[in-house]
Design a protein around this ligand. Structure first.
Ligand code: GNR
Ligand code: NI
Length: 174
């Protein structure tokens, strides 16, 4: 297992549509192991493969609070098959948009169909923070970020801030 570097805005790979996984083989399982380790280290509650630079339709999520009781869920090729009309608001953050947070409205509940770690088809109903996180991660697979739901002004301010931070870091490194 290995901890990978997390890609941040404004890297254009985050805007790519991730590709369908044809088979959950050893290589994909290895990638899922690395994603989980990278997510725990960050720390975050979810991670899409594209966030470590690999545009494949893979997501890992663990919303459990207790560090000693890990409860990871692996999603390959996840698809929303139902979403509630009722919305819920959560303060969202993203490992690819460091230190930026905003309240986002999304369907409160959803059903997601996916392949699990062993390549078996599963369907799961989710609500609350898990439903929000699943939708945030599926957005990543389609090149969508939570800042896309903000006003153009708010979004531009965040992108500008992160671009500036990156440039300053480059200057220090060089
Ligand atoms: O760690 C994360 N927290 C979070 C909080 C509210 C809604 C979504 C998330 S996902 C985020 C990790 C991440 O960037 N996943 O793509
Ligand atoms: Ni994210």
């Amino acid at each position: 297992m290995a901890i990978k570097k997390i890609v941040t805005v404004p890297d254009s790979i985050l805007r790519k549509k991730s590709l369908v996984v044809e088979k959950v083989d050893k290589e994909i399982k290895n990638l899922m192991d690395d994603m989980l380790e990278t997510m725990y280290k960050a720390p975050g509650i979810g991670l899409a493969a594209v966030q470590i630079g690999i545009p494949k339709r893979i997501v890992v999520i663990d919303i459990s609070k207790d560090e000693n009781k890990k409860d990871p869920i692996y999603f390959v090729n996840p698809e929303l098959t139902w979403k509630s009309k009722e919305k819920a608001t959560y303060e969202e953050g993203c490992l690819s948009i460091p230190d930026q947070f905003a309240k986002i409205d999304r369907p409160e509940k959803c059903t997601v169909k996916f392949l699990d770690y062993n390549g078996n088809t599963k369907e799961m109903k989710a609500e609350g923070l898990l439903a929000t996180c699943i939708q945030h991660e599926i957005d990543h697979l389609n090149g969508i970020l939570f800042i896309d739901y903000l006003s153009k002004l708010k979004k531009d301010i965040i992108i500008k801030k992160l671009s500036k931070n990156k440039k300053e870091l480059e200057r220090i490194v060089v």
